[in-house]
Design a protein around this ligand. Structure first.
Ligand code: AGP
Length: 615
């Protein structure tokens, strides 16, 4: 939440910052702002709304040339999303500019203290206190901006990434982090700070990972990292594997459409290097081998779409490993008294690897003795770093706020883990694995086939665009797909949409059914899951008897469904546990088109941010 970028080097800082913010706008788009050091002064430009608004302001200003500055795109927490609350924030003398991601939990107390000392705060944000606290520390002439930042950070509680510049140091940027992300990009005669690598991959793939409670100071030629007490620490270098082009729209109208189309490749990339000689090899889990073998409980923690991937994987885990598996909302987990039994293997799932709810749940599970495996998409994210092992989904950068390719690759990665555990426990033979590997390897081609139907689904969505409410029902793994379809529709089309296990309808939700209400049904295969298929046909009948309109997502050879559905979208017939990989795609496209038809911003839906780094 909130995107941060800092640049010092030889290029125009304004250009680099705006390009970086464009790539990080998915983190928040309530306002955007930049501060530049020019002629020993700070100049600041900020504007409520999307980055475009700021760009228009800048186009009408005589912006001084600067090679050092900071930029911010905001997801509002404290204070309305207006110009005043936009970052950067300044001290009273306009000599220090600060940007922030996270929440400073003790800001009210700090604000009272500053006000008592005569400081006049300009905004309603928690961030602004930091600018004034830095200024207060810098009144002590012995201190520089870095030392002041360390002292201030020690007074803050909560989660923060802070990045500051000062008029007195035209080439220096100081950053600090606790529980929020910050990475360093290493260029030639230029250096970068950013919330994530997408802000600088166009310039460099060489990066440094920062640890918890660290302060970094960058100039165009140097990088130094210390802890909050000033002890120097060696940051961990890494090479960014994402391609700069992958963070562009590549000819598509929307990032979401591009990311839907990316799915076959995302799945192949996630399987790449993990299958050898028809067997699954997850070297990433090698060190956890004994924990996997002795696992007696599997606990999956995640939020939103990632949680739905976990709900689907639960069916596979229990079928293959015979280990009881529970799936929990990460946001709820640590606020009750969860029993973490001995030999619990915890699996946390997060595209961004920075979701605060998931991170906190991970820490709680770890403290309770669980071994933790992360399924993440973003390199060196906090969740990946704090887990005992990480299996990366190689989906590439996912920019649209609504998750698509990350979801499919999460299911694939989870299935690899589940199968690996089943194999280690002696439940799967080499020939069964070879058969499963064949099915996994066929997934990209199957997804390609689903993508051939995109235009039909878009047409259908346009036809149904006037609907106000949609119910989604499914059984077994289809339930997770139903939840995901409903979430996509809510977040993109701002419609009432709810997912239910099909059998639950009659226990209450069927009261919602009235003439022409649209019900999207994830239909199990009539051959592989005959009983479930029969049951869902009954559920469809119950709905139709009350005037409901049925849109069925059914496998290609299900001819029974034609008689019972008003609309049918066909998907390739896969192994029942793999079926969600195909069935969810029409729902992604449907939601995307519904939102477009209603005139909404698909890539940046209202009130949301891609990476939710507050609890
Ligand atoms: C789904 O489309 C979402 N934008 C959201 O539910 C997301 O999946 C959730 O916030 C978890 O994010 P993470 O995978 O980065 O942890």
């Amino acid at each position: 939440m909130c995107g941060i970028v800092g640049y010092t080097g030889k290029q125009s800082a304004q250009d680099v910052l705006l390009a970086g913010l464009k790539h990080m706008e998915y983190r928040g788009y309530d306002s955007a702002g930049i501060a530049l050091v020019a002629n020993d002064e700070l100049v600041t430009y900020k504007k409520a709304g999307k980055l475009n608004n700021l760009q228009q302001v800048l186009a009408n200003e005589n912006v001084p040339l600067s090679n050092c500055g900071i930029g911010h795109t905001r997801w509002a927490t404290h204070g309305a999303p207006n110009d005043l609350n936009a970052h950067p924030h300044l001290d009273e003398a306009n000599k220090i500019a600060i940007i922030h991601n996270g929440i400073i939990e003790n800001f009210a107390q700090l604000r009272t203290e500053l006000t008592a000392n005569g400081v006049k705060l300009q905004s309603e944000t928690d961030t602004e206190v930091v600018a004034h606290l830095l200024a207060a520390e810098l009144k002590n002439s012995e201190l520089d901006l870095v030392a002041a930042m360390r002292l201030v950070c020690r007074r803050l509680s909560g989660a923060f990434t802070l990045v500051a510049i000062s008029a007195a140091n035209p080439n220096l940027i100081v950053g600090a982090r606790r529980n929020s992300p910050l990475v360093v990009g290493l260029g030639d005669g230029e250096n970068f700070l950013a919330s994530d690598v997408s802000a600088f991959i166009a310039y460099t793939k060489n990066a440094l990972e920062l640890g918890q409670d660290q302060v970094v100071e960058i100039t165009r030629d140097s990088v130094k990292v210390t802890d909050f007490s000033g002890n120097e620490v060696a940051p961990k270098p890494f090479t960014v594997t994402w391609d700069a082009a992958a963070a562009e729209k590549g000819g598509f109208e929307l990032f979401m459409l591009k990311e839907i189309a990316d799915q076959p490749k995302a799945i192949s990339d996630t399987l790449l290097g993990r299958i050898n000689d028809s067997q699954i090899q997850l070297t990433e889990l090698a060190e956890l081998k004994s924990a996997l073998i002795s696992a007696e409980h599997i606990l999956i923690l995640a939020c939103g779409t990632a949680l739905h991937a976990g709900l689907i994987a639960k069916y596979a885990f229990e079928t293959w490993t015979q280990i009881p598996t529970s799936v929990e909302f990460a946001s709820e987990f640590r606020y009750r008294d969860p029993v973490i039994a001995a030999n619990t293997l915890c699996i946390v799932i997060s595209q961004s690897g920075e979701t605060m709810d998931t991170l906190m749940a991970l820490r709680h599970a770890k403290a309770g003795g669980a071994k933790v495996v992360a399924v993440c998409n973003t390199q060196v994210a906090t969740i990946a770093r704090e887990s005992d092992a990480v299996l990366y989904t190689h989906a590439g950068p996912e920019i649209a706020v609504a998750s698509t390719k990350a979801f499919l690759t999460q299911i694939v990665a989870l299935y690899l883990i589940g199968w690996q555990i089943a194999t280690l426990k002696g439940h799967k033979s080499g020939s069964e694995t070879a058969q499963f590997v064949t099915e996994l390897s066929a997934l990209p081609a199957a997804v390609d086939l689903v993508l051939d139907t995109v235009e039909d689904v878009r047409n259908l969505a346009r036809e149904l665009a006037e609907k106000q409410s949609v119910l989604f029902i499914g059984r077994g793994v289809g339930y997770g797909v139903a939840l995901e379809g409903a979430l996509k529709l809510k977040e993109l089309a701002y419609m009432h949409a709810e997912g239910f296990p099909a059998g639950e309808l009659k226990h209450g939700p069927i009261a919602l059914v009235e003439d022409q209400l649209l019900i999207i049904v994830i239909v199990p295969s009539p051959t592989q899951q005959q009983i479930l298929h029969e049951k869902i046909i009954s559920n469809i009948q119950e709905v139709r008897a009350r005037g409901g309109l049925i849109l069925a997502i059914a496998v290609e050879d299900d001819h029974i469904i034609d008689e019972f559905a008003n609309f049918v979208v066909r998907v390739p017939h896969l192994n029942a546990l793999l079926q969600p990989i195909a069935s969810v795609i029409p729902l992604q496209v449907f939601a995307c088109e519904m939102a477009t038809a209603r005139g909404h911003d698909v890539d940046q839906p209202r009130n949301l941010a891609k990476s939710v780094t507050v609890e």
